[in-house]
Design a binder for this molecule. Structure first.
Ligand code: FE2
Ligand code: FE2
Length: 213
């Protein structure tokens, strides 16, 4: 059946995405977790707690990615690139679900601050989308660049025995680099250094608070 979605259909869809993003274990991945079949090495309680904090940050990062894509989807034109953006958003759902599952394995929980970060990222995405596609795609590229750096730091910081988290983060790193390239090739503007510095500052605030909360 092919019919135009009404305004209320769209609202229900939006609400469904919000719930799937914010309710733990509600997101369904389209690809199996890269940790499937990977055996952990040894790690002690302090290392487990550290890995939990890092994976909570990565999970919140993916909550922000969902919100960003959703906010942009609402306001951006993106006539030629909408399907690519939807594919990227689907891959972010995989990341979200993989991090969520790994957090649970580590005996951890997702961040209590997620609704706050979801709202802020949704707003930023919607504003960027409304300004225009070049800015909107540039925002995706700049965000993915930052997430990539972030994942590299976390790959360094993970306890050596935590091989299952490592497998997840390595695959995410590969996907995010692909999203960044796509957004630039699709015409995304290269953001000026001060804007990127501002984004780094906001992400520092996020990581500091979410590590524990
Ligand atoms: Fe992601
Ligand atoms: Fe991404």
């Amino acid at each position: 059946m092919n019919r135009q979605l009404s305004r209320s259909d769209h609202l229900i869809q939006q609400f469904d995405t919000i719930l799937r993003t914010l309710v733990p274990h509600a997101a369904q991945p389209s690809r199996p977790s890269p940790s499937a079949g990977v055996q952990d090495g040894e790690f002690d309680e302090a290392e487990r707690a550290h890995a939990e904090g890092l994976m909570r940050i990565n999970h919140t990062g993916e909550v922000c990615a969902q919100a960003l894509y959703q906010g942009q989807g609402l306001t951006a034109k993106l006539a030629d690139t909408r399907s690519q953006m939807e594919q990227a958003a689907q891959e972010e759902i995989d990341h979200l679900a993989w991090c969520d599952a790994r957090l649970e394995e580590l005996g951890g929980r997702t961040s209590l601050l997620n609704p706050l970060f979801y709202g802020a990222s949704f707003g930023l995405g919607a504003v960027a989308g409304a300004v225009g596609d070049r800015v909107s795609l540039g925002f995706v590229a700049a965000t993915e660049e930052q997430v990539g750096k972030h994942l590299e730091e976390h790959l360094e910081a993970l306890p050596s025995g935590d091989r299952r988290s490592r497998a997840v983060l390595e695959k995410m790193h590969e996907d995010e680099a692909h999203h960044e390239r796509w957004a630039l090739e699709a015409g995304g503007a290269e953001f000026p250094a001060p804007v990127k510095a501002g984004m780094r500052l906001v992400s520092k605030l996020m990581t500091k608070s979410v590590y524990k909360l």
